[in-house]
Design a protein around this ligand. Structure first.
Ligand code: IPE
Ligand code: IPE
Ligand code: MG
Length: 276
């Protein structure tokens, strides 16, 4: 993150920030590495390697914008079924990225965490991950959450087993199960639900990502492969998000009323602060 920010980039970020609703949590399905490479006559692995550059740029831009949580879908439960060579290359790349980038994340006050079946990852990757978690655990600027060997169904089943166990141990009754309890049993329990879900490579599907958590996420499909996705694409996605009205099942008038009430509350507390 030693790149010098251009004046134009600062201005673009300021324009987004000034609208006041930067998504708190952005989740990204980083797709299209293989096709990017193929379109250039390169092996798939070249796409994965180039994809790391996009990760750097997006992490940096999100931190600068004040996004608090960024979840990146890096490897799914189903991706284990890919050719062995590709899986081992992806694991090596993950290991190298952790080794190369953790210090910089730490210097930038970014906390690293992960969701997924971490135990299924190669031991050296696990070791590197746990060291990075430990090193960055008190950082507060942004949380970078990697989805590794993760799928939404895997997580939901895990939560169901946890809850069944709690019932069989008489810690809770079936009637105690509600959205809050269920959410607390998922690996995403420390994260708010994503506000904005971005998928690259023009595909309109979820591919077993955060199934429970994206109930009311705004979805943005970017028409470029992940290795070409850079901060300007991110800005477009955020700008698009900022123009939407999130209704959460209510009607527009109710949402407007809620926003007006929130504004009155904010203004009142500002006035009280000024008096004190
Ligand atoms: C995303 O790119 C990276 C991973 C899923 C690990 P892909 O490898 O899926 O690339 P495409 O979608 O086949 O082009
Ligand atoms: C989703 O991409 C998983 C990741 C980005 C890690 P895939 O390439 O695995 O998804 P499908 O196969 O196109 O649905
Ligand atoms: Mg893909």
């Amino acid at each position: 993150m030693l790149k010098i920010q251009t004046k134009e980039d600062i201005n673009q970020q300021e324009a987004l920030k000034s609208r006041g609703n930067i998504p708190i949590h952005i989740a990204v399905i980083m797709d299209g590495n293989g096709r990017w490479a193929k379109s250039k006559g390169l092996p798939r692995v070249a796409g994965h390697r180039q994809g790391v550059e996009s990760v750097r740029d997006i992490v940096e831009a999100c931190a600068q914008l004040g996004v608090k949580y960024l979840t990146l879908f890096a490897f799914s439960t189903e991706n284990w079924k890919r050719p062995k060579d590709e899986v081992s290359t992806l694991m090596r790349l993950l290991l190298k990225s952790l080794r190369d980038e953790t210090d910089e994340l730490h210097q930038n006050n970014i906390k690293l965490q992960a969701i997924g079946d971490i135990d299924s990852l190669p031991h050296e990757v696990q070791k590197e991950l746990y060291e990075a978690f430990k090193k960055t655990e008190h950082n507060t600027r942004m949380t970078l959450n990697l989805a590794l060997s993760y799928s939404g169904r895997w997580d939901i089943l895990r939560a169901v087993k946890k809850i069944s166990e709690m019932i069989s141990q008489h810690e809770i009754k079936p009637a105690d199960i509600n959205e809050k309890l269920f959410g607390e049993c998922l690996t995403t329990y420390q994260l708010p639900d994503p506000d904005l879900l971005i998928r690259t490579s023009g595909e309109f599907r979820i591919s077993n990502f955060l199934l429970w958590e994206i109930a009311y996420a705004e979805i943005f499909i970017a028409d470029v492969f992940w290795p070409d996705f850079r901060r300007n694409h991110l800005y477009r996605a955020i700008e698009n998000y900022q123009k939407r009205e999130r209704r959460f099942g209510l009607v527009s008038e109710q949402i407007k009323q809620i926003k007006t009430n929130e504004k009155i509350q904010r203004d009142t507390s500002k006035k009280i602060q000024a008096v004190l």
